[in-house]
Design a protein around this ligand. Structure first.
Ligand code: BES
Ligand code: ZN
Length: 617
């Protein structure tokens, strides 16, 4: 742990967590749907980690209303420091005297969220599935928790949590429910929902959702929660795989420690594919494709229960330790359920995403490094496939270099060593070297490995040899399309009959990459003959619309705008708007105007940057 001599290792917090650490948080909130606000107080149990050296407590906040602050029950003096974008406004609380090493104090802060809160989305009944009730949900990663309540908003500090949440509608949180006798609703229809998280977690894993939510079992320790009218289809999508995934990863790492593993399927404006909130993964409804083909997202979020939620990146500069490890474990789960070829298939798709991201930023860009410099930067701006896929490729390289059997022994060692802790890339390296020290052969290989190049060189890493057995058929088909219209190739529904949804995704990615785009007629033929425009699998529909937009095929315009009004997941929304504006800018602007209130604040801001040229970082 850092002392006052060293600055904190996370540059994206303003808190002085090298003087104090929050060991427990009690969050007491009323969910006020009519005001679109959370109102209540938070109590931090703060431990002094210096010997009385600090009489200031500095916490992160952003756009919150602070009422009074009490330290051990006594009203205290506080002030807001000048805002420092993109990190917000630090809250400074003055103490009368320092606190001895390891002694704790209780800091109780009254707080209200505001309209500018970036972590919460409030939906009207009309924006929900059955249109009956309002809905709210949080998304705190990376640094949005500070817009809900004052905290040490850094992944380098972990606290246990108590949630006391009052709402007129069911509540879900990142803790296990505490059921007690006072569960009855009050006359107002409101109820107190209590949760406890006994495993210390960082602030970015604080999560809340409330709305018309029902639950159904998807395994012996799992439920899916969603709008009552969508419950059955969500249950069907997830019930076949969830427990198998948990069993698979428990064999690779060690047993699941959190108790329950549940999934909340959110309204369609949820801006990500999934978010690994403990106890309840939050996920987009676009994974409910009625073919169980997008449950990879669940394998991924589940894997975060070890990589990220137990062993946490110490700062967003080491984000690859969360996402690279998780992508690696996700693919190990898939291999144990669907076979090794599937793991390689997924890695090939990942390599394409990596190459696209490197092209997007530029091959020398800071954000194409595995370990990034985020001083003064917003971690959301650095977000891309790079930490996922460069991180995966680094771990896959270590696996190949050392041999799978040896690497398999290292996995539980690493997750045991840093269980409950936060870790950076230097500690990762030291632990790897230490573990293999008794093995001269492995040690030699690791000492010859160019660690610095992996950590700090921008651009693509060396491309490994993947098993291409599941993509070869796809490349063969896209090769035939490439010869059109000159050749005699006649597309038939049978061309794709034996392909999975994800193979069709790879096929469409190949078509998108052709130097000469399809003619409008060929795009239309492809959609009709292969039934792509009508696909329930949104990954497929999305890519087909991209192909059509690029081809100037007018028949995709209407279904594209329709899709843009139905889904707010940034992975689809941003590329669709970028391509729609190239095909028909007026239509893109008109569509955005119509749907902008439907999108999450983060998504709306990103699309605005894309459409109106506001330069991002
Ligand atoms: N933790 C991420 C989502 C995230 C990252 C939110 C950074 C905010 C800031 C989550 O685990 C994730 O990676 N989701 C992916 C799923 C995929 C890789 C299977 C997504 O949203 O697409
Ligand atoms: Zn992830």
């Amino acid at each position: 742990m850092a002392t006052t001599m060293n600055p904190p290792r996370d540059p994206n917090t303003l808190s002085n967590y090298n003087n104090w650490v929050s060991t427990h948080i009690t969050a007491n909130f009323n969910i006020l749907f009519d005001q679109k606000k959370l109102v209540g107080n938070v109590v931090h149990k703060l431990k002094s980690i210096t010997d009385g050296e600090s009489t200031d407590i500095i916490l992160d906040t952003n756009h919150v209303d602070i009422g009074d602050v009490k330290v051990n029950g006594e009203t205290s003096h506080w002030e807001l420091l000048p805002p420092l974008e993109p990190y917000g406004t630090a809250l400074k609380i003055k103490l009368a005297q320092g606190v001895k090493l390891n002694q704790t104090i209780d800091v109780d802060i009254s707080v209200k969220t505001t309209e500018k809160c970036t972590a919460l989305q409030w939906l009207t009944p009309a924006q929900t599935s059955n249109k009956k009730h309002p809905y709210m949900f949080s998304q705190c990663q990376a640094i949005h928790a500070r817009s809900i309540f004052p905290c040490q908003d850094t992944p380098d500090v972990k606290s246990t949590l108590d949630f006391n949440i009052t709402s007129p509608l069911p509540v879900i949180a990142s803790g296990l429910p505490v059921r007690n006798a006072s569960d009855d609703p009050q006359p107002s229809g409101e109820r107190l929902y209590q949760f406890h998280q006994k495993v210390p977690i960082p602030s970015y894993l604080f999560a809340l959702a409330s709305g018309d939510i029902a639950e159904a079992a998807i395994g012996p320790r799992s439920v899916v929660a969603t709008s009552p009218d969508k419950l059955r289809e969500c249950q069907w999508e997830l019930e076949a795989d969830t427990e198998n995934f948990i069993n698979a990863i428990e064999k690779i790492v060690y047993p699941y420690v959190w108790g329950e593993y549940n999934v909340l399927i959110l309204p369609p404006s949820f801006p990500y594919g999934g978010m690994e909130n403990p106890i309840f993964t939050f996920a987009t409804p676009s994974i409910i494709s009625k073919d169980r083909e997008n449950v990879d997202v669940i394998a991924h979020e589940l894997a975060h229960s070890w990589s990220g939620n137990l062993v946490t990146n110490a700062s967003w500069e080491h984000f690859w330790l969360n996402e690279g490890w998780t992508t690696y474990l996700e693919r190990r789960i898939l291999a144990s359920v669907h076979g090794e070829a599937y793991r390689h298939f997924s890695a090939i798709i990942g390599w394409k995403a990596l190459a696209d991201s490197v092209d997007h930023f530029g091959h020398d860009h800071e954000f194409t490094k595995l370990v990034t410099d985020l001083k003064g930067k917003d971690p959301d701006d650095a977000f891309s496939s790079i930490p996922y896929e460069k991180g995966f490729n680094f771990l896959f390289h270590l696996e190949t270099l050392l041999g799978k059997q040896k690497f398999d022994q290292f996995i539980p060692h690493y997750f045991t060593t840093f269980k409950g802790k936060s870790v950076d890339s230097y500690e990762f390296k030291a632990t790897t070297l230490n573990f293999f020290r008794p093995d001269p052969e492995a040690s030699k290989l690791l000492s010859e490995l160019d660690w610095d190049k992996w950590f700090y060189a921008p651009g693509l890493p060396p491309k490994p040899k993947f098993d291409t057995s599941l993509v070869d058929v796809v490349y063969e088909l896209s090769g035939k399309w490439k010869t059109l219209p000159e050749s005699s190739f006649k597309p038939q529904p049978s061309d794709i009959e034996n392909l999975t949804g994800n193979q069709i995704v790879v096929f469409l990615e190949q078509i998108l990459q052709l130097e000469r785009p399809l003619s409008p007629e060929l795009s239309k033929t492809m959609g009709q003959v292969y039934g792509l425009a009508r696909s329930e699998n949104i990954e497929v529909a999305n890519l087909y619309f991209q192909v059509g937009l690029k081809a100037g095929d007018q028949s995709v315009l209407e279904p594209t705008t329709e899709l843009l009004g139905k889904i707010g997941r940034m992975k689809f929304v941003r590329p669709l708007y970028r391509n729609l504006q190239k095909a028909n800018r007026a239509l893109a602007l008109e569509t955005f105007e119509r749907y902008k209130d439907f999108y999450h604040p983060i998504c709306r801001a990103m699309v605005e940057k894309d459409l109106f040229g506001k330069k991002d970082a």
